[in-house]
Design a binder for this molecule. Structure first.
Ligand SMILES: *Cc1c(COP(=O)(O)O)cnc(C)c1O
Length: 417
């Protein structure tokens, strides 16, 4: 059987680890929450700071990366990572602000069809956005927001999703990968079934972009939103992204602003809004140049690595991790779906002492991620995690559980993690 060392030697992505900053000896398993900084992301960030210093106002149109078209240029490079046409993607906003923009653009409630369907396991911000949007439209979220329920508290059954796609639903908004359990939903099946009922489909790709390939256009998905600071390694608060299928591009943005203008007319300064042709129309104000800059460097890393190879290695790493854990630490319950096609880039473990175990892991040099009340998430990110790192993580967890080291830590929660 191949050892972890053999697998590392054969690994075609192994050299990328050198591109990332990490503490000596540390194993970083939290790239699904905040990806590490790469040298190229840092360099692009510094280069854009330089462009401000050198050009002042002229930086909008001069230098290596003129700011006026920076978001558009990055969008066409992000498009392949979500399986979209270049004009269907825009690097802008945050997940939450992009949900607001997509709902205000696409949600057209009628007396017969006014429900937004979500799931009870989704990330709170997505739910807050939907609720507040419904209230703005004069609808009562208690009635107009409906939730798909989970049978086990961790995953959703396709059957339960399909059953909730009824004729009174206008939009269904779901995560591609559930942030807690790491379950990957059947994007194409859900989209096709929803379309048969006249329902628009949106996905939140927070936990899949940068971890696996997508084919949003081919699958017919109506819209999607995501951030780049998780697997895409664009840094804290890095600008997010949205996708809107070209069949909707005639729609005026629900929340309009001058950066949604046709670029050739933006500086005419008239009060007549000239909508940009593609997804650019759904930008609002001046792009956050410095929050986009690191992405310019990190996209390059992904372009070289290739997203299919990233996914392939990620599946191997997570499989090695869960096999090691099942053998060595069976008291941690693995709640991530079994099949490769049903899971994303992390493994979720449930245990009543999850909070204390995470503290012990950190003290032993493994950075995990805790999700209240009882989940430990471990994301062995393909670009900077080796098979030996995975093996060592398993050993450390075994030691923590066998020697009950977690009892040395309090159950109190920190603000983040
Ligand atoms: C990370 C994450 C968010 C965060 O939203 P921001 O607007 O980028 O702060 C929202 N939804 C999901 C599913 C997430 O995983």
């Amino acid at each position: 059987m191949a050892t972890a060392r053999d697998l590392d030697e054969q690994d075609v992505l192994k050299d990328f680890k050198e591109e990332f900053y990490m503490e000596d000896g540390q194993i970083y398993m939290d790239g699904n929450s905040l990806g590490l900084m790469s040298k190229r992301a840092e360099a692009k960030m510094l280069s854009l700071v330089d462009s401000w210093r050198s050009y002042g106002i002229d930086g909008w149109t001069e230098g290596d990366n003129p700011w006026f078209t920076l978001a558009e240029e990055m969008s066409s490079r992000i498009a392949p990572f979500v399986g979209a046409k270049p004009h269907e993607v825009m690097v802008t906003g945050s997940i939450t602000s992009n949900i607001h923009q997509m709902l205000s653009t696409l949600f057209q409630p009628t007396a017969e069809r006014s429900v937004i369907l979500v799931d009870e396991l989704n990330f709170p911000s997505d739910i807050y956005a939907v609720e507040s949007h419904l209230r703005l439209r004069g609808l009562n979220p208690e009635i107009a927001m409906r939730k798909i329920e989970s049978r086990d508290g961790y995953t959703l059954e396709l059957e339960d999703i399909l059953e909730k796609l009824t004729e009174d639903v206008s939009i269904v908004l779901l995560p591609s990968v559930l942030y807690r359990s790491g379950q990957l939903l059947a994007i194409r099946e859900i989209t096709e079934a929803a379309h048969e009922k006249g329902i628009l489909v949106g996905f939140d790709l927070a936990h899949s972009i940068g971890a696996m390939p997508h084919r949003l256009h081919e699958d017919g998905v109506d819209f999607a939103v995501w951030c780049h600071y998780k697997y895409m390694n664009s840094g804290p608060g890095g600008t997010g992204g949205l996708y809107i299928h070209e069949r909707h591009h005639q729609l005026l943005p629900g929340n309009a602003g001058w950066f949604g203008s046709d670029k050739t007319k933006q500086f005419d300064m008239t009060h007549q809004f000239s909508k940009a042709e593609g997804a650019g129309a759904y930008q609002i104000g001046t792009p956050n140049i410095f929050s986009m800059a690191p992405l310019l460097g990190s996209i390059e890393v992904f372009e070289e690595a290739g997203i299919s190879r990233v996914r392939e290695k990620s599946l191997q790493l997570t499989l090695a991790l869960r096999k090691g854990l099942a053998a060595g630490v069976p008291e941690l319950t693995d709640v991530t779906p079994e099949q490769d096609e049903d899971r994303g880039g992390h493994i979720a473990l449930s245990h009543p002492e999850a909070a204390r175990i995470c503290k012990a892991l950190k003290a032993e040099g493994v950075v995990p991620d805790f999700r209240a009340p009882n989940i430990i998430r471990l994301a062995p990110v393909a670009l900077y995690t080796s098979f030996e790192d995975v093996e060592r993580t398993v050993k450390i967890l075994e030691m923590i559980m066998n020697e009950e080291l977690y009892k040395n830590y309090s159950n109190e929660r920190n603000v983040v993690a």
